[in-house]
Every structure is written in structure tokens, then in C-alpha cells.
Design a protein around this ligand. Sequence first.
Ligand code: DUC
Ligand code: ZN
Ligand code: ZN
Ligand code: ZN
Length: 472
Amino acid sequence: MSLLIKNGNIITSTNEYQADIYVEDEKIVAIGENLDYKADETIDATGKYVFPGGVDEHVHYNSFNSLGYEHSHAALAGGTTTVGDFVMQPEGVSLKDSVINYKRDFVDGVSTPDYIFHGIIMDPSDETIEGLKDVPSVGVSSVKVFMAYKGMPFYVDDEWLFKALQNGKKAGVTIMIHAENADVVNIRTKQLIEEGKTDVKYFPKSRPVFAEAEATSRAVYMAKIADAPLFVVHVTNQKAAEVIRQAYNEGMSVYGETCTHYLMLNDEVFSKPNFEGAKYVCTPPIRPQSDVDFLWEAIDRGWLLAVGSDHCAIVGGFEEGKKKGLKDFSKIPPGSPGVQDRLNMMWTYGVEEGKISRQKFVEVCCTNPAKVCGVYPQKGDLIVGSDADIVVFNPEYKGTIKFEDALMGSDYSTYEGYEQKGRAEKVFLRGKLMAENGKFVGEKGIGKQAMSKPYAYSYSKFKEKESLDDNK
Ligand code: DUC
Ligand code: ZN
Ligand code: ZN
Ligand code: ZN
């Protein structure tokens, strides 16, 4: 099977130029002007942008009460060809076996996009920490640790976080953290509920900015002591982002991600009528507009590397899921659907509004996520030898985000009514056509694991990048 894409405006994280792309057997074989191959299929991309398939390093398909992989084709409809999913570790099972079992029982033959796995430590013990050395053998080089949620099985205290950092470093495994001070969150939550402040509008008050910044800072210092890399996921605010920026500028291998909803929405969503605010409950919370503005600057300037969706379509959606917290905001399951909308929102509100360049869009939505997950350059770029994960993007399209177009299996759309400019006209996964104009047209269940390489983003490669180095 071969494919020739002619005359597109190719966008990568570092360049923009007009060229043809020739694909054979799932890989990019040639890029250049006036390529003269006889292909099974030829597409004229004149007037279109052509960029790498989106890599969403942060999605939940079976963690945090989320819907499984049956709806994962939604990613393709939105131009995302690779997702990074989280594997929960059952008690008494090693991280490595958790990955093997999860892949066999939930993912193989069901996932439509290609996928990367991150582990989640849920059974902190000497065996688990020792077992970090085995996870690269199953293609995993990142493991998440939850500093929040004391009292829940996935809570990990400082003792185990520090041990995980030390052992992760030896194994080439980067520790990802969910940074919130667990005690502060628990105490604040309890006090608010006792004061009768049970409405969803009080939810952000239970998880303050400083609780996130403090935990971020604590983890960064621990990483410094352990001389280990650290990846801070879902950074929501200026204070936390500044901790990361400073550590990075001091030469540490500390990197951060933010997520679509922290860039598109502000904390006014929690005051919507009819409990609608619950749709946006995720942890940490969506913050005030001043933080939103800072996050845009942070991704533009390279202080945060990547934008994931943190897609988490809750079982039961709004009606049967979120409404469990009608009388008590702390019972609202966190998470919202977003994997299908990430690229559309980032293009419309980032590129079209002049907040980021087209190249930056590719960098934070495709290239850096692949790098931080250890799957670059197989994923995240358009170069000879890479997987032929390609988006042909029509910049002329104008529309609106509507629930009826959502394929994510939820009963609401996080970005309902938002304007959409531009759209993925064709989406190829390893050379196969998977989506056209927002509709899924491919074969379900063909996703393969992209094997993460160890020591993926601990070392110098990011530091050479100018965009990460402009805070002097
Ligand atoms: N963290 C996430 O990244 N997603 C769901 C909930 C959470 O705590
Ligand atoms: Zn988290
Ligand atoms: Zn998440
Ligand atoms: Zn989440």
C-alpha cells in the first residue's frame, strides 16, 4: 500500500515548506519537491497544511472511572493518531505485569489509535520500586505518582516518591507527578463540606493554587536530591509553572505539561447554573483567567513543553456520573472528554488567535509529546523513516463544536458551542486513512503500542532547543 500527498504546506516543529510526501508500508519513505512515485493513492493537498498526527501524551481509557477503548476512534476523528494512556497497578502485581495484563485484557485489538503506556504506582512497596527496572522491557519509560488523594489506593507519600525517583533514574524511567498537597486538599474539602459549602462552585477552593505549587516545588527539590528527571503533568497555574521554569533554567531535567481545558476555560465555569459546572471538574481545577493567560505564554516560551487533553470520559457522563456529586462537590468524579477536540481547540484559539505559531502548535501537540514519551522520531514528526501518521488540514473550514459530532462516548461536550476554525480533512495512521472531515472512516481496533525508549527526556536534547532557553 503506497500513498503520495502532493503540494501540501508541511509544518513541523522547526520548519514550514511546500513538498510532497511519499508513504510505503506504513512509513514515510520520501519528502521532497515534485516526487515522482507511482502510488496506489495520490492526494492533492494544494492549499492545505500537512503536519504530523497528533500525539496526546495524557489520556485515560480505563483509569479514574473512565470509558474504555471502544471510543478511542474519537482521537483519530480529531487528528490525534497516538495516545498516552495510564495503567493502574493492582495491589500485589508488579508494574510490568500490570502493563502486560492491561494490554492483553483491555487494549489489544480494541484501541484504534496507536498508544503509549504510562504506569501508575498504586501499591507502593519495595517490590514495586525494585520493579521499576523491568518496565522498559514492556515499552514503558514513564510512571505516574500521585502526591494527592491521601486515603485512596494511589496516594504515594514522600518516602515512596523519593524512592521512585531514585530507582526510576537508574532504570531510565521518568517519574510523572500529580502535584497537589494531599493534606491541604483533604482538610480544605472537609471544612468546606462541614460549612455547608457543598455546591460545585466551591470545588476550586478545595484545591488551591498554592497546594499545587507547593507539591510541585517539593517534588522538584526531591528530584534535585535524587538527580532524577521529573515530568509534572497537568500544570494549571503560574506559580507551579514558575517552579518548573526555574528548575529547568537551573539545568534540571524537569519538564511540565498543561492541558487543553486549562488553556480554554477559566474558573467561572464552576458557577454555571444547573450543576453544569460539574462537567468541568477535573483535578487540579481550572484556574482564573490570569493563570490561563500565563499558561499560553508558558507554552509559547517553552516553559511547559506539551499540551495533553487529560481526556477522561467518565462512566455515566454528566447525568449518571457527575451528578453523584449534586449534594457534595467532593463526590463529583474528576475528568472530562477532550481527546477529539484538542487539536481543533489549539488551532482555533492558539494559532488562529495569534497566541502560538503553527510550528509551536506542532511542537506542543505532536513533537514534544512524542519526545517526552520516548517514541520520537517514530511518532511526532514528518521525516523519512517515521511512521506515516499524517494530518492533511483544511484551514478554510469554519464550524462549531457540537455534541452530535462527538465520538467520545460521553453525554456532553466539554467545548460545546465553541467556534472551530480549520479541520483535519484527512487523517492517516501508519498510511491508512482513518478520518475525513471530522468523521471516523477507518478500521477500528488496529492501534499498536509505540514502545517508549528509556532515558527518553532526561538529558540534553531539550536543552539545546532555543525555545526552552529564553528566560535569561
Ligand atoms: N489526574 C489525572 O491526571 N486525571 C484524572 C484525575 C487525576 O487526578
Ligand atoms: Zn493527575
Ligand atoms: Zn490524567
Ligand atoms: Zn483529569
